[in-house]
Design a protein around this ligand. Sequence first.
Ligand code: 13P
Length: 282
Amino acid sequence: MTIISIKNELTKALHGRYAVPLFDVFEMQGMEGVMDALTEKRAPTIIGIYSPYAALPNCRALAAYVRCRAEDTDVPVSLMLDHGASVDQCLEMLSYGFTDVMYDGSSLPLEENIANTRRVVDAAHAAGVSVEAELGHVGMGDQYDSLGSRGLGFTDPVSVEHFVEATGVDFLAIAFGNAHGLYKGEPHLDLKLVAEIRRRVNVPLVMHGGTGLSDEQFRAAIAAGISKINFATSIMNTAADNMRLAAAKPEASMFDIYAGIRAAYSQWCGRLYEVFGAAGRV
Ligand code: 13P
């Protein structure tokens, strides 16, 4: 049984200078693709359920499915709420058996973000669940040329110590030129900012918005102090491409078409475990 809170694995990653990935899954085929890759590569893994999908009626059942499949392997697997939209949503996920939650108060004023994160931390820690919060705001890649490239939303290094101490948070997502979805223009990461934040706090640091970054950028971000990397959009796009290709054949069955989801996850995850240095860590 290896459904675990990811805290120990992220601490190991911090000291070993590699990164544990979070992959968002939406249904069973994607989970099976991650399972193929993590059992082959023996890499600790976080399965993310993205907040809007955590609000759907089937989330409790999907969480149970992920937990059951994690128990079928001896590789550590965490189930984490990704971008928790409210304190209440985070608390609800505790009752669904999530092992970790992210509360995303990054669009709120600092003191409100701190107060809400603190409430989540108090409840989660009582249940043995670890918490990620976001300071600064990681925006969307389609606005990247007007926002990310101008440093808007970047994490203020001066406020990180106060934020971590006041909230008691376990992991911190930071903004330093990373963005969700496809980047408009070339992504530029401020690695000096990552290194400065790394020096100021001891908690593992998280990079959202893995899609669109090069292998060199991943390695440089990890060397600067990133220990967890969230990656989603490219996997979903590859799955959609695979399904379109399969569906173009008139004789394609439902099974042929949705096999494209599993293949996309197993290929991307297997590759990223190697790039992030997570392969073989179990
Ligand atoms: P991408 O979709 O850009 O890879 O980012 C995923 C993410 O950060 C999920 O939290």
